[in-house]
Design a protein around this ligand. Sequence first.
Ligand SMILES: *Cc1c(COP(=O)(O)O)cnc(C)c1O
Length: 424
Amino acid sequence: MKERIIVTMPKKEMIKEWYNVKADLPFALDPPLNPQTKEVITPEALSAIFCPSIIEQEVTTERYVKIPEDVLDEYVVFRPTPLIRASFLEEYLETPARIYYKYEGVSPTGSHKTNTALAQAYFNARDGIKQLVTETGAGQWGSALSYAGTKFGLKVKVFMVRISYNQKPMRKYMMQLFDGSVQESPSQSTKCGQEYLKEDPKHPGSLGIAISEAIETVLNEGNSRYSLGSVLDHVLLHQTVIGQELKKQLSMIGEIPTILIGCHGGGSNFGGTILPFIPEKLDGQEIRFIACEPESCPTLTKGEYRYDFGDSSGFTPLLMMYTLGKDFVPPKIHAGGLRYHGSAPIIAKLLKEGLIEADSFSQEETFKAAKVFSKVEGIIPAPESAHAIAGAIREAIKAKSEGRREVIVFNLSGHGLLDLSAYA
Ligand SMILES: *Cc1c(COP(=O)(O)O)cnc(C)c1O
């Protein structure tokens, strides 16, 4: 029988703290600015859109943040997630590289987003908030937050980018199953949505516009707060359960990774995967981190490094990041979760400082990789995650032609069982 390595971890070894990379970085991050005054934003200014516990996590400099017991009780449903050796893919590629993937598709809604959704719902409920409002692209974030909302007794309202709402109705049904209320964006229910519809009644929408609609709703409805599924420091913090588990699992089998790969939309699964390995990198260990993005939304590879709004209408604080400009409307690619004009400030800074790399992939190369992976490994990846697979394949082929024995690990951020229309 062929060898198949699947590294699982006992529940009792669950990661119990989130890791805050900011405690270890030898440089400071450029802080978010108040768009009116251009001064560093105060925690008070954020309190209209975020609850106090979340703001605290956004700004904390503590190296570790304890995961509350109630959140661990929910993580235990699907964590620790498995680390799988892609032995069939290695064989197919005839590469000397060893390839592994961390599989986040086993989460209740099928992607890594549940890691932060559960945390955010818990803290908002604890702070007395009754409703969370958010945006969603392909629907993974809206589903994850709706699920988390039912777990912690919060109402969840979701603005879903129109193109995805129409292309991917399955996730709309999933949100509804978890009692989320979902509407297509741009919508008639906000002023900014109405503006976009006036310009173009068939506007395909974008994440930036949906964020604007969500924030406008929070500012107009009582006891509501906004919840973001990527980009911000606290979201990346919550996602570090991925990288910390990964580190343990690799050491359980005596592997030292040389290349870590993740797809990049706003930077949360990539950050969650690689940030726990930054201390080793700073200590001089030979390890590369590669963020993989679509050629058609090339934030990290072609964007400018500057302050920009996180949304399209200019409601959010100014964030220092790689950006294609807040008005960028990406082409209608299938990887809806990667259609974002900006990037996480932490990831942007790491790229600027040369600690990580970025690479971009055509839709064709990405789907080719996804197809190969589905057939040989037996998991249909989300179109977003397929960018990480394409990245791993590129590096494995390079390793073969250069005769290097790399240990390549990528994060498989979600399954694609609800994305079959994209494959069609
Ligand atoms: C949302 C999503 C992404 C992109 O978001 P990041 O914050 O960059 O991780 C990637 N993969 C899947 C499966 C997603 O749902």
